[in-house]
Ligand binder design. Structure first.
Ligand SMILES: [Fe+2]
Length: 431
């Protein structure tokens, strides 16, 4: 195992042990800990509060680790699991292999293989119905963010009832949910480390972020070998998305010490290995770094949320069907330049530029520009359009896109206020 990967895993393990102590304290004690933290100096209060927000998913990482899925799941005492995936994963042979492993461990497997890209409320409802009819005791999401989010969404509905819209926001599930295990096959969304499911309203096309700590996976199995089957464009789009997660979480107004640690770790793993996975797709060490980096960026999102690059990307996907990673990638350099007016954001970007070895030191105004230019180069390396015009976006649509971008949930967390006017400025810079 590469040293950087081993160090990063150790980081997560330590953080999770700490958070475990706080989470499982008795309610009265938790209250006392909380009130004690109000007496602390602000920097200590901020630092300790971060630990109560870390997600509690067990990360199992390693080449071939998916072969241990049966034993890991059986350890939880589960008997009948709904495998949630898409037809591409069946064609790639991953589903058959995984089913064999699960059945050898004595698990009954029910299959839902109709996950669609950007899953809708309808898709989630279909999945819920299968889960209910087959009386499963757990969910297994295999695939990209869409499979994992569909499994999370169906789990919300099965255990807590109602419609997906009822869970838009944070902490709306009253009852316990079934155990969820996830096995990502792309290195991108970081959904494996988040308690959020991104589900589109089938009627309004609004993307709803539905989050609850109970929705987080019990176990995420990160097996780099499973990511070898991604086509180049999927590797590119998901990789750029993961890098954008590291950059956006580094500067939001929700950022804390722990999320910052994850953002830096993620950026350090992702940046040097992105060109490698594009040019040498069979390089398992680079694939491992991307997979782990994407998961770390997912950990960062859990506390820090995202910012204006995601706010401006979503309307591009809704109106022009531009793939999420490409949309975020085109917007990211311009959001970095926009946010660099904020002193703290500029500092954080400079530190990322050093971590990503884009510059030697973080002095002067240049670091931000180095970062913005590097983000543009990532698109070029992946043979993707850099500007909106080249992607078919019409100039006349920019005001409409700006209205919608300003209404996105993620806009609330951008370090600089980003309303309709600011969003239009960012779109024009990217046009
Ligand atoms: Fe994203």
């Amino acid at each position: 195992m590469a040293r950087n990967v081993a160090a990063a895993i150790e980081h997560v393990t330590v953080c999770q042990r700490q958070s475990y102590c706080l989470r499982f304290a008795a309610p009265k004690l938790r209250e006392r800990i909380k009130s004690m933290s109000t007496l602390l100096p602000p920097e200590h209060a901020k630092a300790i509060a971060a630990f109560d927000q870390v997600q509690r998913t067990r990360l199992v990482f390693g080449n071939g680790s998916a072969a241990n899925a049966g034993e890991l799941i059986a350890e939880l005492g589960l008997k009948r699991i709904l495998l949630v995936t898409d037809p591409g994963l069946i064609r790639a042979g991953h589903v058959a292999k995984l089913c064999a492993v699960l059945e050898t461990a004595g698990l009954e497997v029910v299959l839902f293989d109709s996950v669609i890209e950007n899953p809708t409320t309808e898709c989630v409802e279909r999945c819920r119905r299968i889960a209910e009819e087959s009386k499963v005791d757990s969910f297994l999401g295999l695939g990209g963010g869409s499979s994992m989010d569909t499994a999370k969404g169906a789990n919300f509905l099965l255990t807590n009832g109602g419609r997906m819209q009822d869970y838009w926001g944070v902490g709306k599930a009253q009852k316990e949910m079934l155990p969820l295990i996830v096995i990502p096959t792309t290195a991108g969304t970081g959904s494996e480390c988040q308690s959020f499911a991104l589900i589109s309203d089938a009627e309004t096309h609004q993307k709803m972020a539905c989050g609850d700590p109970k929705a987080a996976a019990r176990i995420a199995i990160l097996d780099p070998e499973l990511t070898l089957s991604q086509p180049r464009n999927v590797t590119a789009c998901t990789g750029i998305d993961a890098i954008a997660h590291a950059v956006e979480t580094a500067v939001t107004n929700k950022k804390n010490e722990l999320s910052w640690m994850f953002s830096k770790e993620a950026f350090g793993l992702l940046m040097p290995h992105f060109p490698t996975v594009l040019n040498h797709p069979d390089d398992l060490n680079a694939r491992g770094s991307m997979l782990l980096g994407a998961a770390m960026a997912g950990c960062a999102i859990e506390a820090s949320m995202l910012g204006a690059a995601h706010s401006t990307a979503n309307p591009l996907t809704a109106h022009y069907d531009i793939v999420h990673g490409q949309a975020v990638g085109m917007m990211m350099p311009h959001v970095v330049r926009f946010n660099a007016e904020d002193c703290e954001a500029r500092e954080a970007y400079a530190e990322l530029a050093v971590i990503g070895k884009l510059i030697q030191s973080r002095t002067g105004d240049e670091p931000t520009e180095h970062l913005a230019k590097r983000l543009i180069q990532l698109l070029e390396m992946a043979d993707m359009p850099v500007m909106l015009k080249a992607s078919g976006v019409e100039e006349s649509m920019l005001p409409t896109l700006a209205v919608e971008a300003a209404e996105q949930w993620t806009a609330n967390f951008n370090p600089r206020v980003a309303g309709q006017a600011e969003m239009e400025t960012i779109y024009r810079a990217a046009f």
